[in-house]
Design a binder for this molecule. Sequence first.
Ligand SMILES: Cc1cc2nc3c(=O)[nH]c(=O)nc-3n(C[C@H](O)[C@H](O)[C@H](O)COP(=O)(O)O)c2cc1C
Length: 176
Amino acid sequence: MKKIFILNASRRRKGNTTKLISSVTEKLKDFDIEIAHPQDFNIKTCLGCHKCFIKAGCVQRDDLPLLEEKILSSDLLILASPVYLHYMTGELKVILDKLSWWAHTLRLQGKPVVLLSTCSTNGQDTVIKPLGEIMNYMGEMSLQRLMHQWCLTKSIILSGLIAFQKKYHQELLKVS
Ligand SMILES: Cc1cc2nc3c(=O)[nH]c(=O)nc-3n(C[C@H](O)[C@H](O)[C@H](O)COP(=O)(O)O)c2cc1C
């Protein structure tokens, strides 16, 4: 069974980002889906020591290897973040900082990645755009960027999700 790993960078387990994720995953059948939040892991902030670029791994002892394994062993990675002050959440940025060396080793080469973001009114581009660039530097095969503004009408949201579903399934079939 294909594995989908979803990292929901919101601290709110029942928040808007969870609702957006659910609206996508409830339509996906026959996938092994795991959803995690940054707070499920003990991840220390980057020391800035640069050693990861030489050793291909962080020198600190924390749960990062566990998270890395979940990301790398997935058939599809979904990264979701609410907009916090026109950017991704700090916790997601901490994780990505610690994986900076992946951009030097194309560690996500060929990995299908879907990016999701929620916001109140604005700033969604300022999450999806940099996150997309970071994934791209790491070698991902981008599938879809779904930006979600809660002020959009329901019909627009639904049509966007249906288009997302169709594309998602087509793209995943192509790479499987
Ligand atoms: C600290 C903080 C900063 C935020 N900054 C923005 C922002 O810059 N633009 C925006 O539209 N919404 C902003 N929001 C609103 C959230 O992005 C929005 O409510 C989001 O859907 C929350 O997702 P969640 O319920 O999964 O946590 C912010 C919320 C918080 C808590």
